[in-house]
Design a protein around this ligand. Structure first.
Ligand code: AAL
Length: 427
């Protein structure tokens, strides 16, 4: 049965294989490429899908160089102070502004079972949205709280986290995750642990005061829809005079690491309060845990970091909906917030980005004292910047990084047993 199935596949493949063509060998110089030449799939991708085949010429390929920030205290990384999930960075009143999840709790996170009214379950539990300003992007002055936890039972009374900023018609809007239970509480109906709606606060100034709109801005999908479980990481931009807000949700079953298949949707609104209309082609991205988006040329680019089949890629959607992989990268920033001067300008030739902030979880190197820190990254994803030193493909990591990926005792046992079985078979 099996053999006849493979024989059938072979016949099918042979019938699909292109006839040997009489064309000349592929040229050494691309300028000599004949226009109608038959190409392999890989060369088609290089020439038609990626932003440019050579990394050096590819405006959407970059390395990321990281620098620690000055100006933030972390209480010796004992797990009581955490800063994570930075927003986009904006420039107002002669300085840069960033918002982020700030946690200052009596202890480090203790998991759902160990949490109570003052002890956090997760790094982003019992948090507030704080902000900081800077004139160089390296040294920051922490300004304090922007959006506090509102009184119970308003959305976010347990925690407000993972904010992103929108400037629209002269006003400022923060979209964020508003928790009314400690993250980690299991919701059997949704089969999920980190459930919260997206809320929004607005202000006339980036310095506040912020007024909370006590409504859910991006509704969950219906029970049988792909974004039923969570709506996370709201990411608003302006396109064609409208608000294009991208968000993460999770499809299908959870795996052993309690993860779904991370995918991203788009919701469009005429005004910041909504209603946000979900795009019929959602999900519009098939990967990325904390994807960051920014206008680029007439479209939108996305830095897709961990999770999903296209993790560690930079993608581009000319029409803001249909994303293609533009390049594959290394050491991408985590949960980044970028300085995107065109985020809200509706510029049809957006320049892209050259820096932003990333978070690093496990800041002190001790997982039991879980806390996160913000750091800066610099890159060349900009049309006007040309820094070939940021277009290298061989980022060399210390050997210790590889040997940290240790085999577990269970894996060792499986390999040992497989080998015994192999030796037996080869006898
Ligand atoms: C992240 C984000 C969301 C999640 C948690 C905090 O970095 O994807 O914000 O809820 O982790």
């Amino acid at each position: 049965m099996k053999n006849s199935y493979f024989a059938f596949l072979l016949v099918l493949l042979a019938s699909c294989t292109p006839k040997p063509s009489s064309q000349k060998a592929f040229p050494l110089y691309l300028k000599n490429l004949e226009p109608n030449r038959e190409l392999s799939s890989a060369m088609k991708r290089s020439l038609a899908i990626y932003e440019a085949p050579r990394m050096l010429d590819n405006e959407l390929y970059t390395n990321f160089n990281y620098t620690e920030l000055k100006g933030f205290d972390y209480h010796g990384f004992d797990g009581t102070i955490s800063r994570r999930d930075p927003s986009k960075i904006i420039f107002e009143n002669g300085r840069y502004y960033v918002w982020y999840t700030y946690r200052n709790t009596p202890t480090e996170p203790k998991g759902y079972e160990g949490s109570n009214d003052t002890i956090p379950s997760a790094d982003w539990d019992l948090a507030e949205i704080w902000y900081a300003t800077s004139t160089d992007g390296f040294t920051w002055d922490e300004q304090g709280v922007a959006v506090p936890r509102p009184p119970k039972p308003k959305p976010g009374w347990r925690s407000v986290a993972t904010a992103d900023i929108l400037k629209f018609k002269g006003k400022f809007y923060l979209y964020y995750q508003a928790f009314d239970a400690p993250s980690g509480k299991y919701d059997a109906k949704r089969d999920a642990y980190d459930i919260c709606p997206v809320a929004m606060s607005w202000s006339d100034s980036p310095n506040g005061p912020w007024t909370a709109l006590d409504n859910v801005v991006i509704p969950f999908g219906a029970e049988d829809e792909w974004d039923y479980r969570v709506i996370h990481d709201p990411n608003p931009l302006v396109h064609n005079g409208k608000i294009y807000l991208y968000y993460k949700s999770g499809i299908d079953k959870r795996d052993a690491n309690r993860k779904f298949w991370d995918a991203w949707g788009l919701a469009v609104a005429d005004s910041p309060e909504g209603p946000f209309v979900k795009h019929p082609l959602n999900p519009v991205m098939n990967s990325g845990h904390e994807t960051i988006l920014f206008p680029f040329r007439e479209g939108v680019a996305a830095i897709v970091n961990t999770d999903g089949i296209e993790h560690y890629t930079i993608q581009y959607a000319k029409d803001w909906v249909n994303f293609e992989v533009a390049s594959v990268g290394q050491l991408l920033p985590t949960a980044a917030g970028v300085f995107s001067p065109d985020a809200f300008t509706d510029n049809p030739q957006a320049d892209g980005i050259t820096w932003g902030l990333s978070h690093f979880i496990n800041a002190g190197g001790d997982w039991s004292k879980m806390c996160s820190t913000l750091a800066r990254f610099d890159c060349d994803l900009s049309l006007s910047t040309n820094d070939p030193s940021l277009k290298q493909s061989n980022v060399l990591l210390p050997n210790s990084v590889y040997f940290q990926q240790r085999l577990t005792p269970k894996q060792k046992e499986r390999i040992h047993n497989d080998n015994i079985a192999f030796l037996e078979k080869m006898k």
